[in-house]
Design a protein around this ligand. Structure first.
Ligand code: KG4
Ligand code: ZN
Length: 368
């Protein structure tokens, strides 16, 4: 080996090298797509070091989320929420390896608050920034606490804004089997709760009210669910909940005229919940049969429904695997954003400073 080459090699050794990617990076993620302001610090895939979820109470006054009020509330609380998550984690901002935030879909003014915060922090720290699709994050939510919730699986994402049935052969590849044609499942719970005068959000209060009711008391429709449907039929996997909501409204009017609404409310809540659960569970189990995969992952706020979990678990049988997030991870939260961000980080994806939020952000990797 010549002296020249030795020098060249020494020079190479001295050259600054890019820092190796940490094996278990510290991710700080923000979620602000709707009415929860949330921040989480995740170490690697499954270790939640700090996690704050602040629900905006103001929307209860209006029976639904008011976009302008949501954006303002995010602005007021975002810095405290991030500080809280870091404090809980015992981590300083300058230790964070990766910054992430929900980039869409959602309320544009609300989204921009979390995304802009993450963008500014990533820029100031000179660290990578990863944008996350809110619904893809819901797919990852169970995996935060349950490493066995890995593809392949059938996924049912049921939130206030979306109802999607997916076949997931691997992370990043999503086949959309069916979705709602009108109201989302959670939206139906919220609207029916409003009709019944039960308050907002609808899902939890309907579940509580239904506990003392008879699910067979009222014969409500099971929209787009018929025995003679075949795979390939348009209705086989799709959902529709607005007709069901109207059926409840008609029932409420009839009961009001008879002066029996208050006493019949638990029965009506139970019958409505049973109708939604029947349809969601039946279509999920159709996908289980078609793809011959007995692993099901639930995500989104409606995944907190006890009745839905019980029905799908019963349909899967003893050798089936049902993974549903704990209530804290089922509804909107930043831990799931951090988990989804890690997947994209490990694939080498990075966002530039031109990144912006999109109310209608397309689902990455989704095919129909
Ligand atoms: O995922 P999420 O927190 O927000 C959106 O991204 O939309 O979902 C909120 C939705 C609400 O519509 C709420 O009524 C519903 O989840 N939800 C439930 C239950 N808990 C929350 N729906 C049915 N049963 C529940 N136990
Ligand atoms: Zn959500």
């Amino acid at each position: 080996m010549s002296r020249m080459t030795d020098q060249a090699m020494n020079a190479l050794d001295d050259a600054p090298r890019p820092a190796p990617a940490p094996a278990a990076p510290l991710v700080l993620a923000l979620e602000s797509s709707c009415d929860e302001t949330s921040a989480a610090v995740l170490r690697g895939e499954h270790e939640v070091l700090g996690h704050i979820i602040l629900s905006q109470d103001i929307h209860r006054l209006y029976g639904g989320v008011v976009p302008e009020l949501a954006a303002r509330a995010h602005i007021q609380t975002v810095t405290d929420v991030v500080d809280g998550a870091l404090r809980e984690a015992g981590i300083d901002l300058d230790q964070i390896d990766v910054f992430a935030a929900t980039a869409g879909p959602g309320l544009i003014g609300a989204l921009l608050v979390g995304l802009t915060w993450a963008k500014a922090a990533a820029y100031a720290a000179g660290k990578p920034l990863i944008p996350v699709h809110h619904m893809e994050a819901h797919l990852f939510s169970v995996n935060v606490e349950e490493p066995r919730a890995e593809p392949p699986f059938v996924a049912l994402l049921v939130s206030g804004g979306h109802t999607m049935l997916l076949w997931v052969p691997e992370w990043g590849r999503y086949r959309l089997l069916g979705e709602t044609r009108d109201d989302a499942a959670g939206e139906a719970f919220d609207k029916v709760a409003k009709i019944l005068g039960l308050g907002y959000p609808g899902g939890p209060v309907i579940q509580r009210t239904a506990a003392s009711g008879d699910p067979d008391a009222f014969a409500l429709p099971r929209p787009l669910l018929a025995r003679n449907q075949q795979p390939g039929d348009r209705d086989y996997y799709d959902f529709s909940f607005s007709g069901l909501k109207t059926a409840v409204l008609n029932q409420v009017r009839a009961l009001e005229e008879e002066g029996r609404l208050v006493e019949a409310t638990p029965d009506l809540a139970a019958s409505f919940q049973a109708a939604v659960v029947d349809v969601l569970a039946a279509k999920t189990l159709r996908a289980v049969a078609e793809f011959d995969c007995r692993r099901v992952v639930l995500g989104g706020g409606v995944a907190a429904s006890r009745a839905l979990r019980d029905r799908i678990a019963a349909g899967l049988g003893p050798d089936g695997e049902l993974y549903a997030p704990s209530p804290r991870l089922a509804t909107d939260n930043a831990a799931m954003i951090a988990r989804a961000a890690l997947f994209h980080y490990h694939r080498g994806e990075r966002a530039g400073l031109d990144l912006t939020a999109r109310a209608d952000l397309p689902f990455p990797g989704l095919v129909r």
